[in-house]
Write a protein that binds this ligand. Sequence first.
Ligand code: SF4
Length: 233
Amino acid sequence: MSVCIKDQIQNMNLVIGCTVGCPYCYARNNVRRFHMIEDFAKPEFFPQKMRLMEKQRPQNFLLTGMSDLSGWKEEWREEVFAKIKENPQHQFLFLSKRPDLLSFSTDLDNAWFGVTVTRKSELWRIDALRENIKAKHYHVTFEPLFDDPGQADLTGIDWIVIGTMTGAAGRKVRTEPAWAYSLTEQAHALNIPVFWKEDLIPIMGEENMIQELPEEYEKVLEEQRKWNSRLSK
Ligand code: SF4
């Protein structure tokens, strides 16, 4: 039985707003609908949300569900990194579509830096990730996919996620099974775990779903189960 990625990794939207401007951005629509900030193109930082990081029950957190790391001010990033360091019980993920705008190094053990690739012409983002961000963990999300990425250089990448366009647009552009299988084979050849998002079930078939997580995230989920069973006693 496949799982929903949101049950494994929760959003903590410390920054809301993004300047990248993807036409299919669901975050922009939600921000407008719920009037979360004035202008989505002007990212805002909500440091008070960082108190969630102080919880001792471990969690996997995505910190860029409504932003792109390239749009974060350096001082926001530094404040968040300091808090991450104080809370090694969690794992934290960041995503960017503009790794060419980023340049930093970090020795954080529990921070994962990734790029989104939606087509072959965006494979350069993986090189820029490795070149511009010096970190301990890297990941790549192939979602939504608009064409076949072909051969991707996944050297040094620790996890890949594959998904497809959802909603009404998903009827027009969708990830082809051959693209997902090719990326999966390339990753597995390097022992990289692969996670197919639940949106791929109608395309790939429930019985074929591959949903592997890095060891570090599995450890967090295992700890969560222990916490839950202690609480239910
Ligand atoms: S990078 Fe993400 S948050 Fe920014 S516009 Fe694109 S989909 Fe939206």
